[in-house]
Write a protein that binds this ligand. Structure first.
Ligand code: 4NP
Length: 174
């Protein structure tokens, strides 16, 4: 359990963003929720996901993504919603799946503080240094969905390490 001296707890709120919010970002949300729970950090880390488009608003994640996730023990069941400006206030880390998502979110940011919250998810991968984005699996086959899961499992572990380091450093003076 990550605890902070002085009994203070600051929540880290993470938002994963892709285009449709039915393949990559709900998978990232589900994987990260699992990683967070395994580490007993569900009281201090919150996760959510959104799409830069509203094309699939209200839909459950893509059947293929859910099936590939289930085979690894994940449940992806977060309904799709569109990314909104208030997400800049409601989240600390906004994690884009590809460069197009990244650019679209950046274009909606007002001010440096909001800009600084936006990351490419692949900044946190450790095992797959040759991928600088999570390839969109929507129009491809099964191997694309497996690749998404491999990359996201790696990125979520890396992201957790970073958050632990950042938050513990922030509170180490207390
Ligand atoms: P996602 O994948 O951005 O990972 O959710 C896609 C989902 C839907 C579409 C494209 C990508 N689409 O064209 O509807």
């Amino acid at each position: 359990m990550m605890t902070f001296k002085g009994g203070k707890k600051k929540k880290s709120r993470l938002l994963f963003v892709c285009l449709g919010n039915i393949c990559r970002s709900p998978a990232a949300e589900g994987i990260m929720a699992t990683v967070v729970e395994k580490n007993g950090l569900q009281d201090v880390i919150e996760v959510d996901s959104a799409g830069t488009s509203g094309w699939h608003e209200g839909e459950l994640p893509d059947e293929r993504m859910r099936l590939h996730g289930e085979r690894r023990g994940y449940v992806f069941d977060s309904p799709a919603r569109k990314f909104r400006k208030s997400d800049f206030d409601d989240f600390d880390y906004i994690l884009a799946m590809d460069r197009q998502n990244f650019t679209n979110i950046k274009a909606m940011a007002t001010g440096q503080e909001q800009m600084d919250k936006i990351y490419m998810i692949t900044e946190f991968t450790q095992q797959y240094p040759y991928y600088d984005h999570i390839p969109d699996p929507y129009y491809g086959g099964a191997s694309g969905f497996e690749l998404v899961l491999n990359l996201l499992e790696d990125a979520c572990e890396g992201l957790l390490q970073t958050i632990k380091e950042v938050e513990l450093r922030q509170y180490s003076h207390l």
